[in-house]
Write a protein that binds this ligand. Structure first.
Ligand code: NDP
Length: 319
């Protein structure tokens, strides 16, 4: 079967389109025939070696498709089930996945949407429901709100009743408005920090959700209110340098750097979050925007687009 493999970390050309043996399921595992694989920024960190993986490896962190075979002891799924997963190795025609990590995809949601939604949607869910639970009425900031996570996060925050400042680059602002953001800021031409302090009478915000990292961190910190929370959940502009703890004491700020794996640590939690995500998609509260579909062999091009800041929403690969 066909798969993408990385034999040496590096640029997009490190993504090689190769023939690999058909996978067999071991105890507790299932083989999923992949109908669509989602592209995520973390795949870039794996490819470049920022988050090192043993080589060679098949990249890709999520996919959706049909269970084709199950190994001994599998109780969670059956052959023929429609499933999605957040697990390594999805840039391939088939993947072996622990059955406990497979979530059922409800009727009404196709494989493309499921693959586009799962990882980023679970992230938006834990950020709004658990890391800083939004109860309604909070004033918040979401960076890169036209992005994969950012777009779903904006829609979920609005559904939970928050008042949302949202940033994006120039060509993407209309999309952020469509997601329902209350005040849209072009952070490539405007100073988001001074706009927010001005429009909150210098009080600042209950929470800032920041996935951009290096280029926004200092401004984000300044936008948080006294005893507010700064959630740094990514670094699309580069990693944030070490932080002086005293910079938090100015306003007794809570700073957290969460990771999805810790918020879907049990099957119960994984099923709860994915069920609520799929319900939001089915009800129309959350719209999944697929920017482009590419073939599996075009994984390198997909990475160039995402790294090059040229996407609005999600890229998926179709094997
Ligand atoms: P996005 O779709 O958000 O793509 C990245 C966006 O970041 C770009 O489109 C761009 O939007 C913005 N950006 C700002 N500066 C830069 C830059 N210098 N280079 C590239 N992009 C830039 O990606 P994802 O939604 O997949 O992921 C966003 C971040 O969230 C990543 O760092 C990812 O690792 C992280 N993440 C963290 C998780 C967690 O649990 N902690 C889980 C999932 C994702 P614009 O043009 O509008 O500025």
């Amino acid at each position: 079967m066909k798969a993408i493999q990385v034999r040496q970390p590096g640029g997009p050309e490190a993504l090689e389109y190769v023939d690999v043996p058909q996978p067999e399921p071991g105890t507790g595992q299932a083989v999923v025939r992949i109908e669509a694989a989602g592209i995520n920024f973390i795949d870039i960190y794996h490819r470049t070696g920022l988050y090192p993986l043993p080589i060679p490896f098949t990249p890709g962190s999520e996919g959706a498709g049909v269970v084709e075979a199950v190994g001994p002891g599998v109780t969670e799924v059956q052959v023929g089930d429609r499933v999605a997963f957040f697990h390594p190795g999805s840039y391939a025609e088939r993947a072996v996945v622990p059955a406990a990590k497979l979530v059922p995809v409800p009727a009404g949601i196709d494989a493309r949407t499921a693959a586009a939604a799962l990882l980023q949607g679970l992230t938006a869910h834990y950020l709004t429901a658990s890391t800083f639970p939004l109860k309604g009425g909070e004033k918040i900031l979401i960076h890169a709100a036209a992005g994969g996570v950012g777009g779903i996060l904006t829609q979920m925050a609005k559904a939970r009743g928050a008042w949302v400042f949202a940033t994006a680059s120039t060509s993407k602002l209309d999309v952020v408005r469509e997601y329902g953001a209350d005040r849209v800021i072009d952070y490539t031409t405007e100073d988001f920090r001074s706009i927010i302090l001005d429009e909150t009478a210098s009080t600042g915000l209950d929470v800032v959700y920041d996935s951009v990292g290096q280029s926004t961190f200092n401004g984000s910190l300044d936008c948080v209110r006294t005893r507010g929370t700064l959630v740094m959940y990514g670094q699309s502009s580069g990693p944030v340098p070490p932080v002086d703890l005293l910079s938090l004491s100015r306003k007794s700020i809570y700073l957290t750097r969460p990771t999805l794996g810790h918020y879907v640590a049990t099957r119960e939690e994984l099923l709860w979050r994915s069920r609520e995500l799929f319900d939001d998609i089915l009800s129309g509260a959350v719209r999944i925007r697929i920017d482009q579909e590419l073939s599996l062999g075009e994984a390198d091009e997909a990475h160039r687009l995402l790294e090059g800041r040229q996407t609005v929403g999600k890229l998926i690969l179709i094997p």
